[in-house]
Design a protein around this ligand. Sequence first.
Ligand code: EPZ
Length: 416
Amino acid sequence: MDAVRIYGGKSLFGQTRIQGSKNASLPILAATLLTDGICEIENCPDIADVYHMLRLLRSLGCQVNREEGVIRVDTTRLSECDMPADSVGVMRSSIMLLGALLARTGEVSMEYPGGCVIGKRPIDLHLYALRRMGVVIEEDEAGFCAATAGLTGAVQELPFVSVGVTENLILAAVLAKGKTVIHPAAREPEIQALCEFLICAGGKIEGVGTDRLVIEGVKRLHPVRFRVPADRIVAGTYLAACLCAGGRIFLRDAPCAHMESVIACAERFGVRTERETNGLLVEGRADRKLPDGLVTAVYPGFPTDLQSLFMVVMACSGQDGWIEEKVFENRFRIVPELIKMGACIQVAGTRAYIHGGNPLHNTIVEAQELRGGAALVVAALAAEGTGIVTNRHYIDRGYEDITLSLRELGAAIELA
Ligand code: EPZ
């Protein structure tokens, strides 16, 4: 069955290795299109979204293989600029290929990438900003054709921070003619990793890690070997699991420097953490109230991708609390499922109010998207009785093997 079974009520003791970052791997794999030769990318996670990205690269004529955790992408001969609709539609990150392909081949046609339950996920700002770099884009109801006689740098003063738009503009600008300024640029660690990859390959990018990126176009980028950083959201997921179930866990390779806001929040919930050179130690169980709630924001604020996980922490903490989602318009989809487990939660606009004190009990609940699905698994760890989370395929999009990792941390969990 496409589900996991959890025997709840057990504290966690153990350690697990944190996988490479999904959201760093995807733009870096797209960026290999900008080099002419064989790039070797280490530590890419073995997850469905990476599989779809590799399939898209192959459909464009790249030679791709994975051996012992290293993905080799040979972009010497690109043959196509149409991508298979089923891979484009199922994975939103296909939009990241737009900037890279325009830079490499000057032409792209693709269906609109998938939206999902957390929001409409429009690409209007992507298209607006690329048009300002010399791209002609014709849209119809199914998708669009984009073409350019040559990308030219531009000053891009954006109306709001967008991770994907920042990534697409970096990929379009790094080989463009002239200078591009992106402001406000997203500052996520995944953007920083993409910039580091491109600088290694010969790109000229200043302001990495700030909200103002200045990119001087160069003539060519050479292939590189690069290691993807660990996934801060996966690490935050297992941190939340300890906050809910209690215990003492060690997250090997956890990127602590990318998790400041999350670690600080965990400590406000009353657990002890220790940053080690090779990971993060977490001990205790959340039992305190966050008086001033929790608000998601762009990096370095609290990440929207952990909002569902920390809603579950609040529901398990026995305390009242509230959480506000300010990035996506529909990211409270797990509320009805948590209510089935006995949680008392009210949603009002962009805020969810969680009334503690109701111990959760396990039942059958349904994952509806990636991070919400992981949050339901974490809730089941702390709840009494045996629970089932269905639609595991959503979770497999971003977690290499959540069942194995949680079992390594001492959870009683199995595929169902
Ligand atoms: C990236 O999505 C991540 N995905 C998301 O992670 C993450 O939640 C999000 O950034 C925010 O951090 C990947 O990196 C593959 P945005 P992205 O553009 O780039 C609106 C996960 O769980 N917007 O920063 O799509 C948009 O609707 C995923 O790993 C427009 O209106 O996010 C949203 O409300 C989920 N028009 C806001 O901007 C546009 O053209 C921020 O989205 C583009 C975006």
